[in-house]
Design a protein around this ligand. Structure first.
Ligand code: DLZ
Length: 507
């Protein structure tokens, strides 16, 4: 059987299901660089460079391994806009018997693949993506009939099922979750290792030129480009984190500092989500570090929770509720994304700093995303769909399956409580506790009202006020809601006036 095996840009794993039974004598592996994937949202140049260069390196590895590989480059006439048209053009003068592909990570692409039989005239086999701990069906079964999908229940089930950090039936260290021990602010004087950096080789340099040419004037710096683009280098980057970062990752997971985008974070999410690293390999190595005494339980549990718990959970949510999930907007928020997200001026140092880091690195860590860019958008009433497109565009690790539930669910509560049990709304005090941002800000985080007060302080109360009815029954917000009820009318009017003035300045 003469099989065409299609590999997408986030399927760069030798053991991806589309390659599992490859016959090197007869089969062909196809990679397609297509403009549509770079344009459906305005991806950060570093993200595009990373994906295209990693695709080219993986294609070269497969060739070295004896596979027949066809590679359609972005600037070749065969690259016809999107995956479907490019594929149809490619198979037109060939004699394949069938097409095999692994299910994609985005609903949009899955819809396109559903039309491949009719555009190519060939049978298409779509295989499960088994690079996850939990299949889509398995998650749907777990979710069936549950009123609320609680991460903690799902996570414990997977700990038991996989045996990670288990001593028999009990969690290692005696607790399932060390989240409360992941919240130390990072004092000055700490020595942050930062991620391992790699100099671009000739392939990557070609891709940098291509992306500069084909996608000019995008938000984001293409260089210096230092991401790993091969499995071997991604493994080196992870080994560097195990040695230098993991032990302190737990304590400082939620900390933020001016000029320090990475702290003790591993920065391996782009590699993991593109398929250069395997989640089991990462959890095995982190667990071994704990068992060997190289890293404490709060670090290793926190790391494994992100991969085994959160990552699998959001993927399950995505496929369970799409496509309707992407349209959810619990608060009917409709403000356009403020210009500050694209690098426009802002006096809010926290927001400016996270956007600056994002522009430089196509990366920021989860608390920067949740508590700075996410929280601000939530409080300001930004459209969750506009925020979603921004996150999907600017982060090198972002594919819709992982990014959308983080935005629509976790950051903005636009899903009405599927992913989280309450909106993660916070005033300036939380950011002040976890970072040095407020010290560099023109606003005063201690002031609650007036022109010099930190806008997050009054925006927080204005948000609760605006959505008082919708949030009335949320028990986790009972305390601030009771506080709000006790505010005098004059104070409420001041909050509304401050918020109106500030929000008008955004427009
Ligand atoms: C993000 C991206 C970009 C910018 N370009 C390509 C591409 O040219 N070819 C490709 O196969 N993949 C690309 N990707 C990643 C895809 O968007 C990703 O594989 C799908 O969204 C997964 O469903």
């Amino acid at each position: 059987m003469n099989t065409l095996r299609v590999i997408l840009g986030d399927q760069l794993s030798p053991d991806v299901s589309a390659l599992s039974d490859i016959d090197r004598a007869t089969d062909t592996v196809l990679f397609m660089e297509v403009r549509e994937e770079g344009e459906y949202v305005p991806h950060h140049p570093k993200k595009i460079i990373f994906i295209l260069s990693a695709m080219r390196h993986f294609a070269a590895e497969l060739r070295e391994d004896g596979c027949r590989v066809e590679y359609i480059a972005l600037d070749s006439p065969a690259s016809a806009g999107g995956f479907s048209a490019t594929l149809a053009g490619f198979v037109a003068d060939q004699t394949f018997d069938r097409i095999v592909v692994t299910e994609p990570g985005e609903h949009r692409v899955a819809q396109g693949i559903a039309g491949w039989e009719s555009v190519t005239g060939l049978p298409v086999e779509v295989r499960e993506d088994d690079r996850f701990f939990v299949s889509r069906d398995d998650f749907a079964q777990w979710a069936e009939g549950r009123k609320q999908l609680l991460l903690e229940n799902f996570y414990r089930l997977l700990r038991r099922r996989t045996g990670y950090l288990m001593n028999g039936r009990d969690p290692a260290g005696g607790k399932w979750n060390y989240d409360k021990e992941n919240r130390k602010p990072a004092a000055s004087g700490l020595d942050f290792p930062g991620p391992q950096r790699f100099a671009p080789d000739a392939i990557t340099r070609d891709v940098i030129d291509l992306v500069r040419r084909e996608f000019p004037e995008r938000f984001g710096e293409p260089e210096p480009f230092w991401f790993a683009v091969t499995r071997a280098d991604a493994e080196r980057a992870f080994a560097h984190f195990l040695e230098q970062g993991l032990a302190r990752y737990g304590d400082y997971q939620d900390a933020m500092r001016t000029g320090e985008p990475f702290l003790f974070h591993s920065v391996i999410s782009p590699y993991l989500n593109a398929g250069l690293l395997d989640p089991r390999q990462l959890c095995d190595a982190a667990q071994a570090a704990y068992r060997d005494g190289a890293a404490p339980i709060n670090a290793v549990e926190g790391f494994i929770r992100q991969i085994l718990g959160w990552r699998e959970f959001v993927r399950g949510v995505y496929w369970r509720f799409m496509p309707e999930y992407g349209k959810r907007n619990f608060f009917d928020a409709d403000r356009p994304l403020p210009a500050a997200y694209w690098g426009g001026e802002t006096d809010l140092h926290c927001l400016g700093e996270v956007v600056r880091q994002t522009r430089e690195e196509a990366y920021s860590h989860h608390i920067q995303r949740l508590m700075v860019t996410g929280n601000f958008a939530l409080l300001a009433g930004v459209s969750p769909q506009a925020l979603h497109e921004w996150y999907l565009a600017v982060y090198a690790d972002a594919y819709e399956w992982v990014e959308l539930p983080n935005t629509i669910g976790m950051a903005t509560f636009a899903d009405g409580g599927v992913v989280g049990t309450k909106p993660y709304a916070a005033g300036g005090a939380y950011i002040n506790k976890m970072s040095d941002f407020c010290r560099h800000c023109r606003y005063d985080v201690k002031q609650k009202q007036g022109e010099d007060a930190c806008p997050l302080n009054y925006l927080y109360w204005d948000f609760l006020l605006r959505h008082r009815e919708r949030l009335r029954d949320n028990h986790r917000l009972a305390l601030p809601m009771r506080q709000l009820e006790r505010f005098e009318d004059e104070k409420l009017e001041q909050i509304r006036a401050d918020a109106r003035r500030f929000l008008a300045s955004l427009d």
